[in-house]
Design a protein around this ligand. Structure first.
Ligand SMILES: [Zn+2]
Ligand SMILES: [Zn+2]
Length: 415
């Protein structure tokens, strides 16, 4: 029986990951949104698809944010994900409802129905449904993030979701998957290697120490899911005493990280790091945070909102701003790094602090992607979740001899 893959998003782009794999079952792999396109508007995957069930690789909104839309019209549908993933989804979905409410084509009631139909699945556990078997393994990206391995009719298909092979402070990194027939792989950084982690950690800590020594605050604008916890661990690993303040949704996400220690590399260390930090809960904590030389980790990572905006204008002049994640063109984070200002309520505000960027990406760089592909030894490679998938496909075909394709959104592939 032929296996089909319908690509409903994240094909020739990053954002709105959505793939319908048709074996004897219709398996939806991720159902995400694109939060900003080039014009600052959200984009959604195709609606009206009718999967038998869904498997969500991890909670980042570009993989999970459209799941509630599956529950319009009183539908029942199982979706499988790890326990941390569903708890993160609950928070992130509610937050995107607050921020994008009227732009989202679903309502609170659909979100609540979706949460009721979640079915847990752990790493290493195999789901049997009809003649299709599905097993999740650790993707090394954020807590609960999974690589999805599918078997049907003697064929194996691996969908990576978002992938990190290198060890980080929080995770051990994904292990390679060996010998698959089809590899559907993210390639966010197909043409870029990240600098060695240890080197970046040292550079970040040099900045932290210099700032604190001068009596300033190191401000880390940070995504609440994943990066906040990584930065907290990183700073505490190297500096046992420097004061750390965590503000924004990252606090609640950190609580969920603590509830699922199995998904962390070193849960005891993380627990100690969290206990040693101040989770900012009110105006007194906020005041203390800006008056104490130390570190503030706060959302939003691209300065699109959140408590970080106030901190930017309240810390003293010896403070610095360090970005550790990618900022989409046109966002405040991008403007600040490029031109030294941000826009709030249509007013341009200058920020008079030194700004730097260090690469702490939670995605595999080029060398690791090539390594993962080598181990997987795939009969066919489907390149997704990248801006230059076409160019990477050409290179993999011409220089490495693989059968590689870069589908467009809306395309159907025969596997
Ligand atoms: Zn992700
Ligand atoms: Zn992603």
């Amino acid at each position: 029986m032929t296996i089909h893959l319908d690509c409903y998003g994240a094909s020739g782009e990053v954002g709105r990951s959505a793939f319908l794999l048709q074996t004897d079952k219709k398996v939806l792999l991720d159902y995400g949104v694109k939060i900003f396109d080039k014009t600052g508007q959200p984009q959604f995957p195709l609606e009206g698809i009718n999967p038998d069930f869904a498997v969500i690789s991890h909670a980042h909104l570009d993989h999970s944010g459209f799941v509630p839309a599956l529950y319009k019209g009183n539908k029942r549908l199982r979706w499988y994900a790890t326990p941390p993933t569903v708890e993160f989804c609950e928070l992130l979905w509610a937050d995107s409802m607050k921020i994008m409410g009227p732009q989202l084509p679903y309502q609170d009631s659909h979100l609540n129905k979706a949460l009721k139909d979640w079915t847990p699945v752990m790493y290493g556990q195999t789901l049997h449904t009809g003649d299709t078997k599905i097993t999740l393994s650790d993707a090394g990206h954020i807590s609960g993030a999974a690589i999805v391995n599918i078997e049907h009719g003697g064929k194996t298909i691996c969908y990576t979701g978002d992938l990190k092979m290198e060890e980080t402070c929080m995770h051990r990194g994904a292990r390679p998957v060996e010998d698959v027939d089809t590899l559907i792989i993210e390639c966010t950084y197909a043409f870029r290697d990240h600098p060695p982690r240890a080197e970046v950690e040292k550079q970040v800590m040099d900045e932290v120490r210099a700032t604190v020594k001068e009596g300033g605050t190191m401000l880390f604008p940070s995504f609440s899911l994943g990066r906040t916890q990584e930065l907290l661990s990183l700073v505490r690993k190297h500096e046992p005493r420097v004061p750390i303040y965590v503000d924004g949704m990252g606090r609640k996400i950190t609580d969920i990280y603590m509830k699922h220690p199995k998904y962390l590399k070193d849960p005891n260390f993380f627990k100690k790091a969290v206990r040693s930090a101040t989770m900012v809960r009110g105006p007194n904590d906020k005041r203390e945070a800006v008056q104490t030389p130390g570190v503030i980790i706060s959302s939003a990572g691209m300065l699109s909102g959140g408590p970080i905006l106030n901190y930017l204008f309240n810390v003293n002049q010896d403070s610095r701003v360090v970005f550790t994640g990618y900022c989409i063109e046109g966002t405040n984070g991008w403007k600040l790094q490029k031109d030294g200002y941000i826009t709030v309520d249509e007013r341009d505000l200058e920020v008079d602090l030194p700004v730097e960027y260090f690469d702490l990406s939670a995605h595999a760089g080029r060398a690791d992607l090539l390594n993962f592909i080598k181990w997987a030894n795939p009969g066919r490679i489907v390149l997704v979740h990248g801006d230059e998938t076409e160019r990477f496909a050409t290179e993999l075909r011409d220089d490495f001899g693989y059968d590689a394709v870069a589908p467009k959104t809306g395309e159907r592939l025969e596997l």
